[in-house]
Design a protein around this ligand. Structure first.
Ligand SMILES: CC(C)(COP(=O)(O)OP(=O)(O)OC[C@H]1O[C@@H](n2cnc3c(N)ncnc32)[C@H](O)[C@@H]1OP(=O)(O)O)[C@@H](O)C(=O)NCCC(=O)NCCS
Length: 249
């Protein structure tokens, strides 16, 4: 597969395609989560940290979103939400020492060809180029949505016979040498009216209860009396070593 790797700062004309890839890649409700307000900053203030993979005809085939921030190397100092991570990155823009992944997306037409590891390698190279001591990632295990009733902690501990993680996306990180740091139980919180949830999921929610919805890693809670639905997206922080750097913590 032939592809070119560039940043959004180098190829700003591809911004629309980045938006389209997000709509194609995420369940609709996730596009309404906390932290979305900050997301637009990635397209201007942090454009040099958005990694784009294009085919020879300039079709965007994959994206790696990252943001630099200041981290002291300990699990306790990691932000507890995606929102908090972005706020911290925006606040401390002068001397970041760590790159955090935010999301990796591969176009449906190009999935299953090993591009996801290329995205992580490109993120690591960017971290090294910018002198960061680590690349960290709040990882959203992709296959957890098929096991919504299993606790997140148990799921991320599942292993295959070769001791690799059961979840394919955790496995990609693990195979590149990343280590687990800690669970981020509420990386993203999505709150909406019942009608909005019905719209986002294409399902009906006739009574107050917990519901399994496509693409969610655990059930959502619907409260008809309050006309509200809530979902918490759990992630797990992982850390990659960056070439030529001793990680701390
Ligand atoms: C997650 C994602 C980035 C993976 O990209 P990809 O290029 O298709 O993945 P790869 O071809 O590199 O495969 C990675 C691993 O996943 C496995 N895999 C791929 N598709 C799978 C599927 N539908 N079910 C189970 N495993 C799958 C592959 O076998 C491989 O694991 P292995 O080599 O250990 O067997 C892509 O599916 C995507 O963009 N998803 C939507 C957004 C998302 O969830 N991003 C991750 C969270 S930020």
């Amino acid at each position: 597969m032939t592809f070119e790797v560039a940043t959004l700062k180098q190829r700003p004309e591809l911004a629309d395609q980045v938006g389209r890839l997000a709509e194609e890649g995420w369940p609709a409700f996730l596009l309404h989560g906390s932290g979305i307000a900050h997301w637009n900053r990635l397209f201007d203030d942090f454009a040099e940290y958005q990694i784009l993979f294009c085919d020879p005809t300039d079709n965007l085939i994959a994206v790696g979103h990252t943001i630099p921030f200041v981290w002291n190397g300990t699990p306790d100092d990691l932000p507890s939400t995606m929102d908090g991570l972005m706020e911290r990155a925006i606040r401390d823009r002068s001397n970041p020492n760590t790159l955090s992944a935010l999301a990796a997306l591969v176009a449906k037409s190009h999935r299953g060809r090993g591009l996801s590891a290329e995205i992580l390698r490109a993120m690591r190279s960017l971290a090294a180029e910018r002198g960061m001591h680590s690349l960290v990632a709040p990882v959203r295990p992709t296959l957890k949505s098929s096991y919504p009733l299993t606790s997140f902690e148990r799921y991320i501990g599942w292993r295959r016979d070769d001791n690799s993680p059961f979840d394919p996306w955790l496995r990609v990180h693990w195979r590149l040498g990343a280590q687990f740091l800690k669970v981020m139980p509420e990386s993203l919180i999505v709150v909406g009216k019942v009608s909005e949830w019905e719209d986002w999921t294409g399902m009906g929610f006739p009574e107050s209860d917990e519901y399994v919805v496509p693409g969610a890693l655990q059930p959502i809670t619907i409260d008809r009396e309050q006309d509200a639905g809530r979902y918490e997206d759990p992630n797990v922080w992982m850390r990659h070593r960056v070439a030529g750097k001793e990680t701390i913590g």
